[in-house]
Write a protein that binds this ligand. Sequence first.
Ligand code: PHE
Length: 359
Amino acid sequence: MAFEPLPIEDARREIVSCTQIQELEALRIKYLGRRGLIQDLMAKIPMLAVDEKRLYGAAVNDFKNKLTAWISEKETLLKTFKGSDPALGCDITLPGKKVLLGKLHLLTQVKLEICSIFGSLGFKVFDGPEIETEVNNFEALNIPLDHPSRDAFDTFYIKSPQSTVHSPQKKEKNKNHGPSTMDRRLLRSHTSPAQIRAMQACEPPLAIIVPGRVYRPDAVDASHSFMFHQVEGFVVDTDIKFSDLKGILIAFAQEMFGSKTKLRFRPSFFPFTEPSAEVDISCFLCEGRGCSVCKRSGWLEILGSGMIHPHVFKSVGYDPRKWRGFAFGMGVERIAMLKYGVTDIRLFFENDIRFLEQF
Ligand code: PHE
């Protein structure tokens, strides 16, 4: 007598697709229970011929072993995943992998904070190029070619095709007067040339802030870098006084460093402002008593400023008898270092995640 094929594949599929422990128990009873399929199949053995008995008996036994193994395997799986979905094929109760959120670089955070304070005072952001003309970086800012103050703004010059290609007229001129510097390109050594661009592009009144990179061929050490960031600010209107400059800078410093911050204006010199002042804030670490950061002086220098020089207005075509203005420029690294206790400027540019993730 030939015996029917055993429903091994059906049983396997049922066990695999089962998702509940109760459902699995029902399958165990269906197949392995006292009145289950295996018992039914066993009951047929005595009716078989002797040689069939052995074959059929072995097949049923094998089926029974498979069922037992599959059911116990499934039981472990369902118990491990408890309420979750085993079809996912992973244990979703295990702790997940931490996703690290990126953040803005400390210098970007400080730059945005500066811009936001001036934004709330009515300033608009203007952007100038990092590659500038010698005219904008120096001449138009009342820094003539032979002026000693150029040394303070030591500069990277760029060999550009434009500075070697001359028109015949220019060649003639160069022969007579030495090399023309009017079209030399350089990496701007301060953000002040953006004053020239903004004044040329816009009609006064103006209240403008210019954040950006600047370059100076300084040897790199804990407080110098050949590239750093400045924020330039300036205001032009018909009735601007030095007291307006003081008022704006006091409002800025108290917002940036705390409402108790005091300002000290020290007479200084910049060719593009007259009068000029360097501005110190009272040391917010020791509140003016004197500490190692303020070098026992109680004051921290944070920016340069002054009333815009009439020559600057002339160079952009503004009538200096009509327009008045003030300007200031501050170093973003310096402010970030003071505010966040960073003692080495190189840390900003090394991109060590252990430094960056602290802010
Ligand atoms: N440009 C000056 C510097 O880089 C700062 C400054 C800006 C001073 C505007 C006065 C007015 O040192």
